[in-house]
Design a protein around this ligand. Structure first.
Ligand code: NAD
Ligand code: UDP
Length: 316
C-alpha cells in the first residue's frame, strides 16, 4: 500500500500531465494540478476534476507559487514545435523561470521535484542511439533553440539547486510520446497523421520522411515517471525515458494509413529548420534503475488506441 502524498503536477491539464494526474489520483494521492491552459484543455481533466483528492490551480509557472506539497512533477511547457515556436520568448521564460520558481518551492517545503526534460537536449544527434552521457548537438540560435536551450538550462538549474541547496531533484529526458488527449491541432506528427487520415486529407510528410523517431505510448511513459519519482534520493538522473523502437516518418505515415483504412494520400512538404535526422533512446539506465520497467505497448498497439480515441472524439 502506498502512503498518500500531496503532489503538484504542473502542466497537469496537458496531454501527459492529465494522464499523470489520473494515475496519481488512482494511486490514492492528493493531486494539485497547476496549468495556465495555454495548450492544456479543460476536457482532459473533466472526468476526474470532481474527485475529492483533486485541486485545480490556474496559474502561470513563471509566477512564484506557495503551496505545501511532498512531490512536484514539472511538466509545464509547450511541447509541440508549432506551439513552442509561436512565442519563443514565452517558451524560454516558462522553462527557465518556471524551473527556478518550482525549485525554490521544493527547497522551501523539502519536496522531491522531477523535471520533464526532453530528447531535444541532444539536438540533431551525432551519437546513435542517444545515451545520457552524450552532451548533444544543439543549434543555440535556431528556431528550436527556445525549447532545446530552455530545457537544457532547466537541467542545469536542477543540478545546481541539488549541489548548492541540497534540493531532491530528478531529471528525466522524455522521447516522443503519443496517445489519447493529444490536441487535434497539436501539430506533432502522430496526431497530425491520424487527424489527416481520418478526414481524408493528405498526410503531410516533411522532407522525404527518412528522418526517424522512436515513439512511446503514454501509459508506458507515465509508469516510468512514477517509478522515477520513487527512486532513492541519490538518483538524480538524467534518465532517458521512451520506447527504443525506431521508425522513419514515412513508415509511421504508412502505418496510420493502414490502420485507419484511409484512402488519403501522402504529400511531401518542406522540412522545418534544424529538424533532427534521427532519434532513439538508449534506455539501459532506466531499465536498471526503474525496477524492471520496460515499454510494453508497441507502436501498432499504441496507434490502435490513439486512433480509437480520435475516432470517438469525432475528429476528422
Ligand atoms: P502539452 O502541451 O499537452 O502540455 C503542456 C502543458 O503545460 C499544457 O497543459 C499547458 O497549458 C501547460 N503550460 C504551458 N506553459 C505553462 C505555463 N507558463 N504555466 C503553466 N502551465 C503551462 O505537452 P505534453 O506533450 O503533455 O508535454 C508535457 C511536458 O513533457 C512538457 O514539459 C514537454 O516539454 C515534456 N515532453 C513531452 C514529450 C512528448 O513527446 N509528449 C517529449 C519530451 C518532453
Ligand atoms: N513531421 C511530419 N509531418 C507533420 C508533423 C511532423 O513529417 O505533420 C515530422 C517532423 O518534421 C519531425 C517528426 O515528424 O521530423 C516528428 O515531429 P514532431 O513535431 O512530432 O516532434 P519532434 O520530434 O520534431 O519534436
Amino acid at each position: 500500500m502506498t502512503t498518500a502524498k500531496k503532489i503538484l503536477v504542473t502542466g497537469g491539464a496537458g496531454f501527459l500531465g492529465s494522464h499523470l494526474c489520473e494515475r496519481l489520483l488512482g494511486d490514492g494521492h492528493a493531486v494539485w494540478c497547476m496549468d495556465d491552459f495555454s495548450t492544456g484543455l479543460e476536457k482532459n481533466i473533466a472526468h476526474f476534476q470532481a474527485l475529492p483528492g483533486f485541486r485545480l490551480l490556474r496559474h502561470d509557472v513563471t509566477q512564484p507559487l506557495d503551496v505545501e506539497v511532498d512531490e512536484i512533477y514539472n511538466l509545464a511547457c509547450p511541447a509541440s514545435p508549432v506551439h513552442y515556436q509561436a512565442d519563443p520568448l514565452r517558451t524560454l521564460r516558462t522553462s527557465v523561470i518556471g524551473a527556478m520558481n518550482l525549485l525554490e518551492l521544493a527547497r522551501k517545503c523539502g519536496a522531491f521535484i522531477l523535471q520533464a526534460s526532453t530528447s531535444e537536449v541532444y539536438g540533431d544527434p551525432s551519437v546513435h542511439p542517444q545515451p545520457e552521457s552524450y552532451w548533444g548537438n544543439v543549434n543555440p540560435i535556431g528556431v528550436r533553440a527556445c525549447y532545446d536551450e530552455g530545457k537544457r538550462c532547466a537541467e542545469t538549474l536542477f543540478f545546481d539547486y541539488r549541489r548548492q541547496h541540497g534540493v531532491r531533484t530528478k531529471v528525466v529526458r522524455l522521447f516522443n510520446t503519443y496517445g489519447p488527449r493529444m490536441r487535434p491541432d497539436d501539430g506533432r506528427v502522430v496526431s497530425n497523421f491520424i487527424v489527416q487520415a481520418l478526414s481524408g486529407a493528405d498526410l503531410t510528410v516533411y522532407g522525404a520522411g527518412a528522418q526517424t523517431r522512436s515513439f512511446c505510448y503514454v501509459d508506458d511513459l507515465v509508469e516510468a515517471l512514477v517509478r522515477t519519482m520513487a527512486t532513492p534520493d541519490e538518483v538524480a538522473g538524467p534518465i532517458n525515458l521512451g520506447n527504443p523502437d525506431e521508425f522513419t516518418i514515412l513508415e509511421l505515415a504508412q502505418k496510420v494509413l493502414a490502420q485507419t483504412g484511409s484512402s488519403a494520400r501522402i504529400s511531401h512538404h518542406t522540412l522545418p529548420g534544424d529538424d533532427p535526422r534521427q532519434r532513439q533512446p538508449d534506455i539501459a539506465l532506466a531499465r536498471q534503475l526503474l525496477g524492471g520497467w520496460e515499454p510494453r505497448i508497441d507502436l501498432d498497439a499504441g496507434l490502435r488506441k490513439t486512433i480509437a480515441y480520435f475516432r470517438a472524439e469525432g475528429t476528422g
